[in-house]
Design a protein around this ligand. Sequence first.
Ligand code: NAD
Length: 251
Amino acid sequence: MSDLFDLTGKTAIVTGASTGLGKGMTLGLAEAGADILLVDHVSSDETLKEVKALGRKAEQLIIDLTMKDAVQAVVSKALETFNKIDILINNAGIIRRTPAIEFSEKDWDDVMNLNSRVVFFLTQAAARDMMKRKYGKVINIASLLSFQGGIIVPSYSASKGAVMQITKALANEWAKFGINVNAIAPGYMATNNTKALREDPVRSKAILDRIPAERWGTPDDIKGAAVFLASRASDYITGHVLAVDGGWLAR
Ligand code: NAD
């Protein structure tokens, strides 16, 4: 049974691996046996140390994914390091909170660029290797706001809606090449992304009152879904968005 989830010999790229959910998923893949390229615009030293302590091979690439040619640099580094890309987790993402009526073009473009444009083009670049080998597992990090409108985060909701549709579009095209493209929609998780919400007593209480599990999620809570979608256990699953939300969407 455990073979189903074994990632020994597999190589992965995880973006936004320095902290939060990216760090959690990186450690989950490493615990399951994968070697990993950690990508972030800040240092991932801490995550790197923990991955190596698990006995896995790991490298980091410090790069702003929104810069010109960044996606190609990520793929080149992964191929130089591991010779192949089996798993890609598109996790790096940002959020800007401002009422729609005052929302700036910069906040729109910055969020759309990292959260959806980079997701598409990094996946395209990695899939060129996956397609040659007829094997690949792409996991995009969507959101509850792929399904819901959210409050004062219009570009974030738009970008995460796009992540869900990119997931389905690529799944349709690439299933025949042995590439699975799925997404995880995390619920309200305690990371930097939600710091402002957790510090606002009114919003924080409203959110917590609505979560059936009666707690915020943690980076540990997302490990299982990431390992599942990266492993043989999910070979016939593609184009799916898996909510890891303590029951939020069921309410
Ligand atoms: P986080 O802010 O802790 O992590 C985001 C990571 O992305 C950081 O490591 C950051 O350094 C990296 N990053 C940001 N801009 C970058 C850039 N230009 N280039 C390279 N790396 C960059 O937040 P998180 O909650 O861990 O978010 C991870 C993903 O999960 C995001 O896509 C986020 O939208 C999504 N998500 C989070 C929640 C939540 O409740 N925390 C819910 C749904 C979805």
